[in-house]
Ligand binder design. Structure first.
Ligand code: ZN
Length: 261
């Protein structure tokens, strides 16, 4: 008989299969619907996050529940632009809280929230946004004994490797070489003619003070001219590996920390 060492369960499995292989970890992928310049679909993040999360859940090495990709984020910086369909921040907070709480009731006490794809611009693997997801995860940990929730942004987790692969990765925030390459790899038919590159002359935290369309009027923050399907395939592999490593290492460290007397 083959010993089961790794099982990924999804919405396609039965409750009986969940009882036979109780998941130890759940992966909750959070995406968004927002404009991605003239060449990528509004569901770009859903495609990218969904595939990264699926591959991470397969690799993680413990029975893992992969939740369906949640498609609506808090794209306030794109407000008023066609294609930006988003939630109020307190609504997303409630979504994260309620989903994680119900997983905890099922006996799944480790939940990794894949909080959008993030950016390679950061100096750390720790995610920089979405702030409300951070708050939701923090409060869940503080208010729910026995639960460990973490959040991860895949591009931040792989930031060093992405910077080696794409010369512009550290100056890319949106619809640039990394996102365009991944879409060329995952959904080639959905990628249109590449628009001109655009790297704004201000830091990304200016998005806290001014809308995206004022800083990057054509919806691009990066260099789509550097994109290719081959680069997308390589990027996908390193992003999945870095995200898997981040999740397993962080849960291991937190388990050790929480067992201290
Ligand atoms: Zn995106």
């Amino acid at each position: 008989m083959t010993k089961v060492t790794s099982v990924m369960l999804t919405w396609q499995n039965t409750a009986w299969e969940y009882q036979a292989h109780p998941p130890q970890i759940a992966i909750l992928p959070l995406a968004c619907l927002e404009p991605h310049a003239a060449h990528l679909p509004i569901g770009t993040d859903r495609i990218i996050i969904g595939e990264i999360a699926r591959r991470v859940a397969e690799q993680i090495g413990a029975p893992t529940m992969l939740l369906p990709t949640w498609s609506l984020g808090t794209s306030g910086h794109h407000a008023g632009k066609t294609g930006a369909i988003y939630l109020r921040f307190e609504t997303l907070w409630a979504v994260v809280r309620d989903v994680v709480t119900s997983l905890h009731e099922h006996g799944i006490h480790q939940v990794a929230v894949i909080n959008n794809h993030g950016s390679a611009m950061t100096g750390t693997t720790r995610p920089i946004g979405n702030f409300i997801v951070k708050t939701a995860v923090r409060q869940l940990n503080y208010e729910t004994p026995g639960l460990t929730a973490i959040w991860v942004q895949p591009f931040a987790a792989a930031r060093a490797e992405l910077a080696n692969l794409f010369p512009s990765a550290r100056s890319e925030l949106h619809a640039g070489a990394v996102e365009t390459s991944l879409l060329m790899r995952l959904a080639r038919d959905l990628v249109g003619a590449l628009p001109p590159d655009h790297v704004p002359d201000v830091a990304p935290n200016y998005l806290d003070f001014a809308p995206f369309k004022k800083i990057a009027p054509r919806g691009i923050w990066g260099k789509p001219s550097e994109a290719s399907a081959d680069q997308g395939a390589r990027a996908l592999e390193i992003i999945v590996q870095a995200t898997t490593d981040y999740i397993t290492t962080t849960f291991k460290q937190l388990k050790e920390i929480k067992q201290r007397g």
